[in-house]
Design a protein around this ligand. Structure first.
Ligand code: CTP
Length: 450
């Protein structure tokens, strides 16, 4: 640890800026968690119950989070889950009755799914899923493999996780309100530091690299230097061969759903994972920054960000990437279209032809948004050209008729010339109706034949 880092960390550790009281934490958790802590003594459980992980981290940051992870120590997960189901049913039932002033004439259904061999259960009710897991230790027989699980203590359960800031727990029962921070995650949260819990962490699960970048970006923080050095251990061919591309892809897509995407992508780039996992480089950053600005004001779909990342790749590299991660092939077409248009000069013959050939593809929302951030001018011209589709526009037959009126036989090159001139004026936004197009073409032909 560098001296500077140690000083920051020590200050954070001793000053404790976060409010770890249960009253404060409950304020940022779903209300039923607080109610559960009141009901738990009546469950007569022979063990302990904790809220753990991301929800605790988020509550300290005063961020509301919906996903609740519970850990039980000293009893099977099923034992809590089977009482949690009816508890949540009663809770949601009374919530519903509170909202509508009569008793609802049916019982809100819930489902419990358990994997007893792994000590995990999930309770599904309404639109939530609550995970209950028996505290366990994990060992990975080889890198990126499925872990071997043995039931264990809360401390060991926290130790097997990804980062210290996620290795936090609040006890709900029996010592309600006790805050557990065995790996000093609070101090790391204060200094916005992503620190892994053991040296094998990235080898065990390389998706943690992407998760770390996402969290570092979200917190405006950074990887702790040693953890950063260890990223390379999760990016070796041996490790990556063992992991399903679908998991890496899903983690990248989560980054693209962050409120601001660029900070996470920059982190991913800084630790070398953007290039080694996705072959993408920094040349997309400007576009991503522009999309982030838009996202402050309007909905921007993750697809726009994905396409922006893809724009830093050649057709050939993108094809390989799309195949490896099983992304839809339609990205190849959209990528080709955007790369082409990006290289066109506004109002060039090539631009007009491209836009006319691809009017449908350009209606794709992600493409349209990217075009807007790439060049508002090009986007405006495309928009004018698209608007024309909704009204009658000058046709080759019209031009033929106009040429005949001027005494010309109407060779195809002449017709093409007039159509192109009208197309340019249209894209410049100067022709707003069919009549204006006829006038424009008439004058154009007259001038040409003078
Ligand atoms: N976890 C892990 N390794 C992973 C994924 C998750 O150790 N590859 C641990 C983390 O400690 C995390 C917990 O499992 O806190 C629950 O995972 P998940 O619900 O996916 O993440 P959260 O941290 O709860 O939420 P977020 O999506 O905001 O990160």
């Amino acid at each position: 640890m560098l001296l500077r880092e140690f000083v920051d960390w020590f200050r954070a550790y001793t000053e404790q800026v976060f409010d770890t009281s249960i009253e404060s934490l409950f304020k940022h958790m779903p209300v039923w968690v607080k109610e559960l802590s009141v009901a738990l003594p009546s469950f007569a459980l022979d063990g302990s119950v904790y809220v753990v992980g991301g929800i605790v981290r988020d509550a300290l940051l005063e961020r509301k989070s919906r996903d609740v992870d519970l850990v039980v120590e000293g009893l099977p997960a099923r034992e809590l889950a089977e009482q949690l189901g009816p508890f949540l049913q009663k809770y949601f039932q009374s919530e519903a009755t509170f909202e509508i002033p009569f008793e609802i004439p049916f019982e809100i259904p819930f489902e419990i799914h358990c994997h007893d061999e792994f000590g995990t259960c999930t309770v599904h009710i309404e639109d939530i899923a609550v995970d209950v897991a028996q505290a366990r230790a994990e060992t990975y027989p080889h890198p990126a493999s499925l872990p071997l699980v043995t039931f264990s203590t809360l401390k060991n359960d926290l130790k097997r996780r990804d980062y210290t800031i996620n290795a936090l727990a609040v006890e709900l029962y029996p010592n309600k309100g006790t805050f557990h921070d065995p790996f000093l995650g609070l101090a790391d949260l204060e200094t916005k530091t992503l620190r892994i819990l053991h040296e094998e962490s990235f080898k065990d699960d390389p998706t943690r690299i992407i998760r770390g970048a996402r969290l570092a970006g979200r917190l405006d923080g950074q990887f702790e230097p040693k953890s950063k050095d260890l990223v390379a251990t999760g990016l070796t061919d041996d490790v990556l061969e063992q992991i399903s591309p679908a998991r890496l892809r899903a983690e990248l897509e989560l980054c693209l759903q962050e409120a601001q995407v660029l900070p996470s992508i920059k982190q991913l780039c800084e630790v070398g994972a953007l290039r080694s996992l996705f072959a993408v480089n920094e040349s997309s950053f400007e576009l991503i920054a522009a999309l982030d600005e838009k996202r402050l004001l309007q909905l921007v779909d993750a697809d726009s960000y994905l396409l922006a990342l893809f724009l830093s790749l050649s057709d050939v590299d993108l094809k390989q990437l799309v195949e490896r991660y099983d992304w839809s092939m339609h990205y190849l077409r959209l990528h080709a279209l955007l790369s082409d248009i990006r290289q066109c000069n506004s109002l060039s013959d090539r631009f007009l032809k491209k836009v006319n050939d691809e009017l449908y593809g350009l209606k794709n929302e992600a493409v349209s948004l990217l075009l807007e951030v790439m060049s508002p001018e090009l986007k405006q011209q495309v928009q004018w050209l698209q608007d024309v589709e909704l009204r009658p526009k000058l046709t080759g037959q019209d031009v033929l008729n106009l040429l005949a009126l001027q005494g010309s036989s109407g060779e195809s090159s002449q017709i093409g010339d007039v159509l192109l001139a009208v197309g340019k004026a249209r894209a410049a936004g100067t022709l707003l109706s069919y009549e204006q197009e006829i006038d424009y073409a008439t004058h154009y032909i007259k001038n040409k034949t003078k």
